[in-house]
Design a protein around this ligand. Structure first.
Ligand SMILES: *Cc1c(COP(=O)(O)O)cnc(C)c1O
Length: 393
């Protein structure tokens, strides 16, 4: 069918700064009507122009202009060839792991997001795939885990929740030399602070639920590929899995993205102050924050990111102190998730990392006295005051 797509042309806005790209997206303003807010194309199907001629949009599972605007915007922000918007970070990760074939081996970082672990452990292990989890802050651990059948290296940096920082450029070299697909989950820093594709990664995944949307109101996932040759595979994933993000949710992310730069700057500034305050607290045994100068990965962060983000984990002097803190916070919300305007505090032991075996958690340092906090964009004095009253009563 011949296509006459109204939106085939878009501007990658190479000449603009990142702060402007987030505001103006791919098309940004809708070109036919001039609508400044890109419309929500709430339609399942599209009328054909005439026999054999399509507008370029036939059925919304396959193509939808609002989703396309988000996907192209994400490709622009991550400096990739194309983006793909899924119903969740989990669905985005599923699509990435669908690159595996029977018998393939994958190396992942050891304190990986619990849901990613579950995809490997509960789904792909059935297809004779094998997974090795290593501390990627030591490159030798990756080299030693390589096998002839290693197909993929999967990294989160900073890791969740231990805030370990791994060297994307060095791991990209290992991946290239060994013909592996290198995937980076960039949920924690977003392209505002870190652009893995520029550093040599092949694929970036996001839980769009977190900073991209930024307002704790959407569940979404994004994949961005660097090589245009991978576009048909992920288009096929969208078409076959049927896990494409709905138009309204795409619009909410586009709206959220407009303030990504502002929000990330505030998350980063607030987190630095909270992390330093936590260090002064007698009931806090250890603070995990990538922005400390004595953090093992500090120099790597300086090289590959422009900020440290809003995530902090810390260990308290006892399980009881942790439980009291979670019970007594007021403005800060005891809730799962991260990356939104609200400060959220979570308990990885039974929440995000519940699927990880207890002995693995303990070996990583995730104890029952361990909490993770996603610093929001509230006034930082209120965040600290709330932590203070909940900890020191
Ligand atoms: C939340 C999260 C996911 C999963 O995303 P959902 O949108 O919850 O499905 C994957 N990776 C990381 C790092 C996350 O924080």
């Amino acid at each position: 069918m011949r296509e006459e797509c109204a939106y085939s042309e878009f501007d990658r806005k190479e000449n603009l700064h990142f702060d402007s790209k987030v505001v103006h997206g791919a098309l940004g303003c809708e070109p036919i009507t001039g609508a400044v807010s890109f419309p929500i194309f709430q339609t399942a199907t599209f009328r054909h122009v005439t026999f054999g001629v399509s507008t370029g949009y036939n059925y919304s599972r396959v193509q939808n202009p609002t989703r396309q605007e988000l996907e192209r915007t994400m490709a622009i922000l991550e400096n990739g060839a194309e983006g793909f918007a899924f119903t969740s970070g989990q669905a985005a990760n599923m699509a990435v792991f669908n690159l595996l074939e029977n018998g393939d081996h994958v190396i992942l970082c050891d304190d990986i997001y619990g849901g990613t672990f579950r995809i490997c452990d509960e789904i792909f292990s059935k297809f004779n795939c094998e997974f090795t989890y290593v501390d990627m802050t030591e490159l030798d651990n990756i080299k030693n885990a390589l096998r002839p059948e290693t197909k993929m290296i999967f990294l989160e940096t900073p890791t969740n929740p231990m805030m370990k920082v791994a060297d994307i450029q060095e791991i990209a070299k290992i991946a290239k030399e060994n013909n592996c697909i290198f995937v980076v989950d960039n949920t924690f820093l977003t392209p505002y602070f870190q652009k893995p594709l520029d550093l040599g990664a092949d694929i970036v995944v996001h839980s769009g639920t977190k900073y991209l949307t930024g307002h704790n109101d959407v569940i979404a996932g994004v994949v961005v590929v660097k090589d245009p040759a991978r576009i048909p595979f992920f288009q096929g994933q969208i078409k076959s899995m049927g896990a494409q993000l709905a138009p309204f949710d795409c619009w909410l992310i586009l709206r959220g993205l407009k303030t990504l730069s502002l929000r990330m700057r505030q998350h980063d500034e607030n987190a630095r102050k909270v992390a330093n305050w936590l260090l002064t607290q007698p009931k806090v045994k250890k603070v995990y924050y990538a922005g400390f100068e004595n953090h093992k990965g500090y120099e790597i962060s300086k090289k590959q990111c422009t900020g440290f983000g809003g995530m902090i984990s810390f260990e308290l002097d006892s399980e009881k102190t942790a439980q009291d803190l979670l019970s007594n916070v007021n403005m800060i919300l005891f809730a799962e998730s991260l990356g939104g305007t609200e400060t959220l505090i979570t308990y990885p032991w039974t929440q995000t990392h519940e699927s990880i075996p207890d002995d693995t958690k303990m070996a990583l340092g995730i104890t029952k006295a361990f909490v993770r906090i996603s610093i929001g964009i509230e006034n930082v004095d209120d965040i600290i005051a709330d932590l203070d009253q909940a900890l020191n009563r």
